[in-house]
Design a protein around this ligand. Structure first.
Ligand code: PMP
Length: 461
């Protein structure tokens, strides 16, 4: 529906904004859903309509929209020291506090923390460091990096090159050279007939090894991996996958970089996705729930060995020539520090473990719906994949936009989810209650039936 009033926010949006991850042509006709405030797990449209934000925004607003302590932390930090940087041997005090806290939380022993402002920047930094330390190590040819089909690591030039989704690269003249692609660990989609999950994981690890051997192990520096792939469709790794992948990486002296931007801080039922799937990363990226998204902040943690080589190289060059003006911003760090305090005080990990069965079993019940091919998830993140044929797993013609249609019905039922192809993702604030989960599920049940009815009326089902 085109926005009606000439001076409405929606109309002014159409006239002024470029929207990320949006069909720009469609948007010119439809305009945006304008959100004006939030409360608990809900956001409210300009006209006052409430929505359960079942994606926590972009997998990030872990404490919901009413956490006054974060407002206070921001206000106090803003009045005390609204800005200072960490360049040239200086630092805001609170930035040190946060680094110390993060190192104490790390799932494996980490050496140091570097702050940035977005997940993409943290991933870019990780890639630059991979190159930097291999120069320090006298291995200038060991520079290629591996990422997976359907990976999501961001949209800057380097991180979009690691991202394994065509829309992020096509016609942006990406990827940059030196990024190798390995298979997606989605058993439902890519497992072969008669193949067990474990066998599928073995096949993926064998493929990885073949890729490494064909490229030359001495040319490959690192692999990037999300413990649970998020924007690629909430892909939970099959049993034994990371154990086998890590054995291959170790064999060829290839670093593992865990991208914890979505999984970090409780999402999967442990503090880190790396704990849920037993990853032993050499570097870790994090963002989003680090500040419950109340302020933009991201971080990269690196092992002691990596930091030692960075020191060596910067000594040779005179300076470690990398850093963002706003990296370690004192207001963002104060908010993140308070967020971590809240996670600890409220034992966010136990909270997620406690509530997630209601969420996962509630969604799993939709497996019997005629449109649902797979329900997958862990902790408080999940996706429901819609298919044309449950037996053959045949997908709908992408041109029909079945996932988008279902997400639209869902929104009209007062729940915001996210369509990724024909998979509907849910990643609610970690503070969601049982009643709110029930409300979310009821809205989704209705949306599924409405989608089915629409498909039948249009003659596609
Ligand atoms: N890595 C992962 C795993 C992500 O999910 C995202 C964002 N969804 C990013 C990196 C990029 O983060 P940002 O959008 O903050 O640049």
């Amino acid at each position: 529906m085109p926005p009606s009033l000439p001076n409405s926010t929606a109309q002014r949006d159409i006239e002024t904004l470029i929207h990320p991850y949006t069909n720009l042509k469609v948007h010119q006709d439809t305009g945006p859903l304008v959100i004006s405030r939030g409360e608990g797990v809900r956001v409210f449209g300009e006209d006052g309509t409430p929505y359960i934000e079942a994606m926590a925004g972009l997998w990030c607003t872990s404490l919901g929209w009413s956490e006054k302590r974060l407002v206070t932390a921001a206000t106090e930090a803003m009045s005390r020291l609204p800005f200072y940087h960490s360049f040239t041997h200086k630092v805001p005090d609170v930035t040190v506090d946060l680094a110390e806290r993060l190192l104490a939380l790390a799932p494996v022993k980490m050496g140091k923390v570097f702050f940035a402002n977005s997940g993409s920047e943290a991933v870019d930094t990780a890639l630059k460091l991979v190159w930097y330390i291999n120069n320090a190590r006298g291995k200038p040819l060991k520079k290629k990096v591996i990422a997976r089909e359907k990976a999501y690591h961001g949209v800057t030039i380097a991180s979009a090159s690691l991202t394994g989704l065509p829309a992020c690269q096509n016609d942006f003249d990406l990827p940059i050279p030196g990024v190798l692609r390995t298979g997606c660990p989605h058993y439902y989609r890519f497992g072969q007939e008669g193949e067990s999950e474990q066998e599928f994981a073995t096949r993926r690890a064998d493929e990885l090894e073949q890729l490494i051997l064909s490229e030359g192990p001495d040319t490959i520096a690192a692999m990037f991996a999300e413990p649970v792939m998020g924007a690629g469709g909430v892909i939970v790794p099959p049993a034994t996958y990371f154990e086998k992948i890590q054995a291959v990486l170790k064999k060829y002296d290839i670093l593992l970089i865990a991208d914890e931007v979505i999984c970090g801080f409780g999402r999967t039922g442990n503090m880190w996705g790396s704990q849920t799937y037993d990853l032993k990363p050499d570097m870790m990226t994090m963002a989003k729930a680090l500040s419950s998204a109340y302020m933009p902040i991201s971080a990269l943690m690196v092992s002691d060995e990596i930091f030692a080589d960075m020191v060596k190289q910067s000594e040779k060059l005179g300076v470690f020539g990398h850093g963002y003006t706003y990296g370690g911003h004192p207001v963002a760090c104060a908010v993140a520090l308070e967020t971590l305090k809240i996670y600890e005080e409220r034992d966010i990990v136990s909270t997620v473990q406690d509530i997630s069965p209601a969420f996962q079993t509630g969604l799993a019940a939709f497996k019997s719906h005629p449109l649902v091919g797979e329900v997958r998830g862990v902790g408080l993140v999940a996706a429901v994949e819609l298919v044309k044929n449950k037996t053959t797993r045949e997908s709908f013609d992408p041109k029909l936009g079945v996932g988008m249609k279902c997400a639209k019905f869902l929104q009209n039922n007062g729940v915001i989810g996210r369509a990724m192809g024909d998979s509907l993702a849910f990643s609610p604030p970690l503070i969601i209650s049982r009643d709110e989960i029930a409300e979310m599920l009821a809205g989704f049940a209705k949306a599924l039936d409405q989608t089915l009815e629409w498909l039948q009326v249009e003659g596609h089902f």
